[in-house]
Design a protein around this ligand. Structure first.
Ligand code: ADP
Ligand code: ZN
Length: 530
């Protein structure tokens, strides 16, 4: 293999113009590049599509030696390297997908100083072999991509990242730049501490994606609702539909196809060839809908994704924001749409409670879910809520989310919530019984179902005390109680139980504002009826 000649760039702007073909830096790119070229450490927070790659690629070209990039996205390394090579950049990678011979070639290139960029998997960097290799060449910088993976309390922890703290100890003179598109202030601090970047300069771009319209609708018939959305607002558009399970992915891909919307499935259960084939069709062709689990999307750069739809509740706000962030990279109007219902909350709570993880793990998972639920239940600007979660101050209403476009009517659910919690309490205290949400709602509504009669629940004093509300409203009350952790789901039997916080509602210390659910919500039409 003959190695490409060095590009010999004279400066950052020279590299930007001649190698990458861009006239100017975007946002803070210029400052970051200059800082790293000067040998400084940096922690960069930029939303997906913000242009993080150039922040380390350009310094790697300007500084003598090879830029070593740590990335967990092994499946994308080949593509990234190929793309750089077409630009004339001398790039290669080391990961577990290569055989010994291939690795030898890359190692030789590195030692001979023939690489501008070397991508390595985090698990590789932890090994003595790779560390000794790095000692034999000249390193211009370390770039740690997806740096939030080092955070144990983040949503995407990867144990191999913990070993990266040794980079600073072993190569104290090599500048390091850590980059991520998702981090709350707490995660940010944890990244800085764990990677020993507390003295590094922090560059934080706004996470706002003003062209994305955020909408969260109550789920009643998700397939229909999705079809409606695509037909009325996104005919012929490219988009991604996220589902929780593989079965649901298959089902919805087929459902859309049958209804005349070209759609492809993507999940980890498909063989690599099919996955790759579907992915490249999605990237190349116009107007395809990818129906996928969250296995799809990392590192996918398709500028004209017009919508991201979630048919199931994401586990964290970080995940939700990362997934919806794949819409509208070209800056044109795009939709982030999520259908959310009581079953989602029950299911996620049950998954957490029934998980193998220890108490700390479950608490952490619950904390992430709570933030997501708070967004779903909120009656105020969604964007403001999201950005505040990521530590930005955003005081105004955005004008481009469902809450802003179609301000939800809210109603005071405090008294109904108290009725519901008392019912759960009585069933348990007086009769030693636990039931699911449906039975509890039937009791409150005063419905004489078979099950109500069988358990003689019509003789409870609370029977029928909630007949003033509709079933939909009652489900909303249960959902919001679950969301706020005032009610819990017992995993084995799906029964609902009181929590340590239920008392706050029962004693009237908590007011619960509910979103009024309309029959056919459609946020895009700014309604004057409100
Ligand atoms: P991130 O890693 O932050 O998600 P990328 O580095 O993949 O973002 O960049 C997103 C897109 O923006 C890419 O297509 C990239 O080529 C483009 N881009 C980055 N910086 C610039 C710039 N200064 N001028 C024009 N396009 C840019
Ligand atoms: Zn808004």
């Amino acid at each position: 293999m003959t190695s490409a000649p060095s590009l010999s760039v004279s400066s950052a702007t020279d590299a930007l113009n001649r190698v990458f073909g861009y006239p100017s830096f975007r946002g803070q790119q210029g400052d970051i590049v200059e800082h790293v070229i000067g040998g400084g450490d940096a922690l960069v927070l930029m939303p997906t599509g913000g242009g993080k790659s150039l922040c380390y690629q350009i310094p790697a070209l300007v500084r003598p030696g090879t830029g070593v990039v740590v990335s967990p996205l092994i499946a994308l390394m080949q593509d990234q390297v190929d793309a750089l090579r077409t630009l004339g950049v001398r790039a290669n990678f080391l990961n577990s997908s290569q055989d010994l011979e291939e690795r030898r070639v890359v190692e030789a290139e590195f030692v001979a100083g023939e690489l501008d960029l070397l991508y390595v998997a985090p698990e590789g960097l932890g090994t003595a072999g790779v560390q000794r290799l790095l000692d034999r060449g000249k390193i211009s910088l370390f770039a740690i991509d997806e740096a939030h993976c080092v955070s144990q309390w983040g949503h995407d922890f990867r144990p191999d990242y913990l070993a990266l703290s040794m980079l600073h100890e072993r190569w104290p003179d090599v500048p390091r730049i850590a980059l991520t598109a998702t981090a709350t202030p707490a995660t940010r601090d944890e990244i800085a501490t764990r990677l020993q970047l507390t003295d590094a300069r922090h560059f934080t771009a706004s996470f706002d994606r003003p062209n994305i319209q955020y909408r969260i609708v109550p789920k009643n018939n998700p397939s229909r609702q999705l079809l409606d959305l695509l037909r009325t607002e996104h005919a012929g558009d490219s988009g991604i539909v996220y589902c929780l399970s593989r079965a649901s992915v298959e089902k919805h891909a087929e459902f859309l196809s049958q209804n005349g919307i070209p759609a492809l499935p993507y999940h980890a259960g498909l063989d690599a060839r099919t996955r790759f084939g579907n992915q490249s069709r999605f990237l190349r062709e116009d107007g395809l809908v990818m129906v996928a689990t969250i296995a799809f999307g990392m590192g996918i750069d398709k500028p004209d994704v017009r919508f991201v739809a979630h048919l199931d509740l994401p586990k964290s706000l970080e995940g939700y924001y990362q997934e919806t962030g794949r819409a509208g990279r070209d800056g044109l109007p795009s939709t982030a749409w999520l259908a959310y219902g009581l079953q989602d909350v029950m299911q996620q709570r049950r998954m957490i409670e029934g998980s193998e993880g220890d108490l700390a793990f479950r608490r952490n998972a619950a904390r992430h879910l709570d933030a997501m639920l708070a967004l779903c239940e909120s009656v105020t600007c969604r964007r403001a809520q999201i950005l505040q979660y990521f530590g930005e101050t955003y005081e105004t209403a955005c004008g481009n989310c469902d809450s802003c476009l179609n301000p939800p009517e809210s109603w005071d659910g405090t008294v109904p919530a108290q009725k519901l919690l008392s019912t759960v309490y009585r069933l348990h205290k007086e009769r030693g019984q636990r039931f699911g949400a449906q039975q509890t709602i039937d009791i409150l509504l005063g419905k004489r179902t078979d099950k109500v009669s069988r358990f003689r629940h019509d003789q409870l004093t609370v029977f029928g005390i909630g007949a003033d509300l509709s079933e939909v409203e009652w489900r909303n009350v249960v959902r919001q109680l679950l969301a706020g952790d005032f009610l819990a789901v017992e995993p084995a039997h799906q029964t609902i139980t009181l929590t340590a916080r239920s008392g706050e509602v029962l004693r009237g210390e908590r007011k619960l504002l509910m979103r009024r659910e309309v029959a056919a919500p459609r946020a895009s039409r700014s309604s004057s009826r409100a």
